[in-house]
Structures are given as C-alpha cells and as structure tokens.
Write a protein that binds this ligand. Structure first.
Ligand code: AMP
Length: 455
C-alpha cells in the first residue's frame, strides 16, 4: 500500500506536497519522496523513513517549482530499500520523467524480462520501476501517447501519478482497485490517493479519477486524455475496512460512516451481551462505536489508553517486535476491567498478533469474559493488488485454520468469536447514500479467493 500525490499550482508547491503527504502517511511509512519541476530542472528529495524525518531542515526551501509529485511507500513487490524509494526516475527520448504508484501489478516479472530482452537495465526491484521502464521504451508521438500505449500492458492494480516536463498525468487501472481523487483550490489542482489531503490543503474535492481514465492536469484543470473501458469495477473492500483514513471519501461515502455501519451489522449478525464494547484503537473504534450504539451496550473506550509510542506494529519483521509493539501501543486500566464481560471489536484479524496479545492483557487485568467480533470476514487469501499480505501468506491465521472459527477462537483465547459476513460487509458500503453500487463492484479476493485478475 502506498500514498500518491500530484500538484500543479501558480506558486511553488513543495510545501503543499509535504503537507499533503501527511494526509497519506498512514498508507506507507517505509519511505517518502517529493520531486518538483521549475521549468528547467527537477528537484528531488527522498529517503527511507517517515515524512518528518525525511524532510528535515531547509530541504523544501531548496525545491522550487509549481508542479510536482510525491509518494509514501509501504512495500509490496520489491524490498523495502533505498533503490525502490519513489518517485522513480526514468527517461523518455532523453527527457526525464518521474513516477509514483499505488497498487501492485501481477505481470511485472514478464514485463521485466521483456525490458531486459531489449537491453534495458533496471535499477529497482519493484513493479513500479518496471512500469516506468515500459513507458520509457514505448515509442509514440508524445509522452502522453506513450503512457496511453503502455497502459494496457499493465495487469493489476495501479493508481499512478507521473511528472513530465511540467505536466502531471494521472491514471487508474480499469478495475479501480485503489483510490484516486482530484481536488482544487485557487487555481491549483491536486490528485491524491485520499481526500484527506484536500482537507489539509483546504482544497475541495472535484471528483474521483475514473477506473480506466488517463488524466492530464493542466492550468485549466483536469483533462481526460483517454478513457479505457471498465467493464468491471473492483474497488478494494479492505480499503473501506482498514486502509482509508476515517475521513476519506470514496464513491461519495466516508470510511468512518461505512465502518460504523459495519459495526451495527456485526451486532445484528453476531449479537453479544456484556458490560461494555471495546473497539480496538485506532482502526477498530468506528465499528466498535456502531456496535455499541445499536446494541445500547456502553462504549468502554475509556478503559484503555492508546499511546503513540509505536506506529505500524503489523509491519515489524519479527514476531517478538510485533508483540512488543502491541504491548507499547496499549495501556489497560485494570480497575475498570476486573470482573467485567467485555466485547472486543477489531476491523480485521490477519496474523492474530493484536487480538491474542490484547486478550491476554485483558485476562491479566481480571476480565471475566471476552467475546470477540471482527468487522470483516476471515482474511484467508493473500492480496496480489497492493496489500502486503502476499508476503505473509503462510502466516494468515484464518488460512492456517482453514477458516475454522472455533479453532481461531481457541488460539486467540476468546470465549466467542464472530466475523462479519461478506454480504454484510458489502451491504454496509452500498447502503450508505452515494454513487450507485452493487456487491460485485468490490474486490473481495482476500476473503473469497476470487481474484479478478489471475496472479
Ligand atoms: P494482526 O495483528 O496480524 O491480526 O493484524 C490485524 C491488525 O492489524 C488489525 O488491528 C488491523 O487494524 C491491522 N492491519 C490489518 N491489515 C493490515 C496491513 N496490511 N498492514 C498494517 N496493518 C494492518
């Protein structure tokens, strides 16, 4: 998963790109990068780490130019290392261009071989580097035509922004797996993975980049260069469940509203009684609130403190570090837990690290009973389209126990366990007013194993 951003404005935009990146930090913390263009030169800075670390001191002041792109990385294809940091640079007819990508294509090995067969040297190990190289090797009468010609060769998930000589091109695959939206403010135009960026910049949302659309961001606003037909929409349902920041809007629906509805439907599907409902912060809180509201069971959020000593424990490479991360993340107020029947809500159970540890801590604090409810279906199949579970396929708890809920319940140490069904997960989105949607408009491969594009 990654966050991407492109801007064109009548002023130097490095500072806005930096601010905007904060609205996407939750989508990737491994590396961050910005590149601007001042009419003559490209100015680039990127490094491993989070935004505040990467852009220390005067760096932004030395990045002039009214146009640029930016990226936060959470790696899928290609290791988390300096050569894979985005935006990635390549040349088209000797002129440099830069690419920032969110998603994952499934044919990058084949495309890499094709490039190498033509004598190209690839400096990255990522799919994005391969996509840039394909564009670089595509002959056409203009750069925009080269991008359009290359587009159908990419199979998989790609929301992308490209900087080429003061122009920004934005594209989204025909399935629309990953989000991408357009925004505007005072003659400035923005394209970003999530709409939260526009709030930080006090810009307004214009619309989404449509699946299959290639857009040129010009001084008069976005122009559609090409619209590839999109017979099937397959927006990633896990974006709504977990990845989007709660304020993000996709299909006209806010992630928070959808998650609260998921919590309500979770109660109706797997009712439970207890002294309080505890949505695990941060990402289980919205569903927890929905569950508490509809059941009229008090919300017990105040019995724990979510420290901000750690960020993504999920991506720690070693199990002990992930467990320590969970220990550091939560502090439990024993006096409010002793003897209580507690209903825990989390948005997902992937490896099970969070819940197993969380439950053990509640038991230590004297909880009498712990019922667990998950506001998504069992996560059984690795994602090939931009979520890192491809790398940890053998660690998925629901896959290890072949979806046997009783076994997973025992393993995490709960008294009962219930998951939201796929029908209710999609219903929670569809029911909220917004663009017209149907259940087949979502990619649910991680729950069903039905991959829209074979891997
Ligand atoms: P786990 O602890 O492995 O069961 O992972 C589930 C927890 O991590 C949930 O609380 C989610 O909020 C979060 N999570 C789920 N999927 C991801 C992901 N791909 N990257 C980072 N965090 C995730």
């Amino acid at each position: 998963m990654c966050g991407i951003l492109g801007m064109l404005a009548p002023y130097n935009i490095a500072q806005d790109l930096y601010t905007g990146l904060y609205g996407l930090q939750h989508r990737g913390k491994e590396s961050a990068g910005i590149v601007t263009y001042d009419g003559i030169n490209c100015w680039h800075h990127a490094d491993m780490g989070e935004i505040a670390m990467v852009f220390r001191g005067d760096i932004l002041k030395n990045m002039p130019g009214p146009v640029g792109i930016a990226h936060n990385r959470y790696s899928t294809t290609g290791e988390s290392e300096p050569r894979n940091i985005q935006p990635i640079r390549d040349l088209w007819h000797g002129q440099e261009f830069w690419v920032a990508h969110n998603g994952n294509i499934v044919n990058s090995d084949d495309l890499r071989k094709w490039c190498q067969g033509r004598g190209a040297i690839l400096e990255t190990t990522s799919d994005t580097g391969v996509m840039a190289k394909i564009i670089s090797l595509t002959g056409a009468s203009s750069f925009e035509e080269a991008v359009i010609t290359a587009f159908p060769r990419f199979r998989g998930a790609f929301s992308m922004v490209i900087l080429y000589m003061g122009r920004i091109i934005a594209l989204r695959d025909t399935f629309g797996f990953r989000p991408l939206s357009l925004g505007q403010k005072d003659g400035a135009y923005f394209v970003a993975s999530e709409t939260g960026v526009f709030s930080h910049l006090r810009a307004k949302l214009l619309r989404e980049v449509e699946p299959g659309e290639v857009i040129l961001l010009g001084p008069m606003g976005p122009i559609t260069l090409k619209k590839f037909s999109s017979p099937e929409k397959k927006f990633c349902i896990f974006e709504y469940i977990y990845f989007l920041r709660p304020d993000a809007k996709v299909f006209g629906r806010r992630a928070r509203t959808v998650r609260e509805r998921m919590g309500e439907l979770l109660f109706l599907e797997h009712p439970a009684q207890g002294d309080f409902v505890l949505g695990i912060p941060d990402s289980g809180e919205d569903a927890g609130r929905g569950f508490a509201n509809i059941s009229r069971i008090p919300n017990g959020r105040k019995v724990i403190l979510r420290t901000h000593l750690t960020s993504r424990t999920f991506i720690e490479p070693i199990q002990e570090l992930r467990e320590r991360g969970v220990e550091l993340k939560f502090v439990f107020f024993e006096e409010n837990i002793l003897g209580k029947n507690i209903i825990i809500i989390d948005d997902s159970l992937v490896r099970g690290t969070t819940l197993k540890k969380f439950i053990a801590r509640l038991r230590d604090a004297g909880a009498a009973r712990i019922d667990v409810r998950i506001s998504s279906p069992p996560y059984r199949f690795p994602c090939h389209y931009g979520i890192d579970t491809d790398k940890i396929a053998s660690e998925l708890s629901a896959a290890r126990y072949q979806g046997n809920i009783e076994e997973i319940k025992k393993w995490i140490g709960a008294d009962s366990l219930g998951y939201l069904s796929i029908e209710n997960a999609t219903k929670a989105i569809i029911e909220i007013p917004g663009e017209t949607l149907g259940p087949s408009d979502f990619c649910t491969a991680c729950f069903t194993g039905n991959y829209p594009i074979p891997g």
